[in-house]
Design a binder for this molecule. Sequence first.
Ligand SMILES: [Zn+2]
Length: 169
Amino acid sequence: MSENFPDQISPINFARNGKSIQQTLAIREFERACSMLANESGNLTVKLLFTLDESNLPILCGSVEATLQLNCQRCMEPMDITIESPFNMALIVKEAEEETLPEEYEALLVDEKTFSLRDFIEDELILAIPVIANHAADQCGATQFLQDATELPSKERENPFQVLEQLKK
Ligand SMILES: [Zn+2]
């Protein structure tokens, strides 16, 4: 992990102190996410604000943004995918607290002693990676190939059976 980027933090404490973090990190630092990608190139930018809302609820809001490379499922060539994943979470320490949260928040169950900021960012990143990536039809090598094949003049597409018939004569 990049130097001076905190990993193990106390999220509730961060919220009480109004900590904000903005940092660009290399995608290759996130091994679980990398296993879903075409390669490890690129960076992600994470913006985080830990704070207390007007009713003193500890919250974490921000976003993970990245340009990643996924393999196109048609031509299997890598393609750029830009993701932006905003989040607005209430930090809770007991599951029961989830029931009383205002609707605008997602609940994030945290443990003050073992909260990994790195894992949180990686989870958000993984959720934002599309399951299937495809080039736009006019930009995909596979589409080009298919079009080329159908656009061949008919006499250049010899039917092997016709050739066989001619040989028999
Ligand atoms: Zn493609």
